[in-house]
Write a protein that binds this ligand. Structure first.
Ligand SMILES: [Zn+2]
Ligand SMILES: [Zn+2]
Length: 148
């Protein structure tokens, strides 16, 4: 009889992979990672807006077998304008606001009635902010009630 530690599979089987995927999924649900939200002054709409997506345009040069990867462009959440990132373009965050939105349900695309309540930092100059935890677009509370 071959010796094997209790409950352990010595060789990599399909079940190990399945178990790994399930474990990853459970970890993901328990510890959701917040979105990366940057606040940039948009060239398109002239406002300080949330930019939560980057766009990268790859140019493939078939003749030279070359792929050019330009710096990613930040896409404005408000108007969809994409602009190249520059050094120091991020508007510094200076106020902390509490999310007034509600979370998404864990499954499906509907939002639950449970308020999100997460706190996150935004620049006071932004008219609208995006919660990195529940992705609710909301008016910037720091704008309506200016903090001394
Ligand atoms: Zn814009
Ligand atoms: Zn939220």
């Amino acid at each position: 009889m071959a010796q094997r530690p209790d409950g352990e599979q010595p060789e990599l089987t399909g079940w190990v992979l399945v178990r790994m995927v399930v474990r990853e999924f459970v970890r993901d649900v328990r510890h959701p990672t917040p979105l990366t939200v940057r606040y940039l002054r948009c060239d398109g709409c002239g406002q300080v807006t949330a930019h939560s997506t980057d766009r990268r345009l790859y140019t493939i040069d078939m003749a030279r077998r070359d792929i050019t990867a330009p710096p990613p462009e930040a896409v404005c959440d408000a108007c969809g304008h994409a602009q190249p990132r520059t050094v120091g373009d991020e508007v510094p965050v200076d106020v902390t606001v509490t999310c007034a939105g509600t979370r998404y349900r864990r499954f499906g695309s509907r939002r639950s009635r449970r308020p999100c309540g997460h706190q996150f930092a935004v620049p006071a100059a932004a008219p609208a902010v995006l919660c990195p935890w529940c992705a609710t677009d909301q008016p910037n509370p720091a704008r309506r009630q200016p903090q001394r």
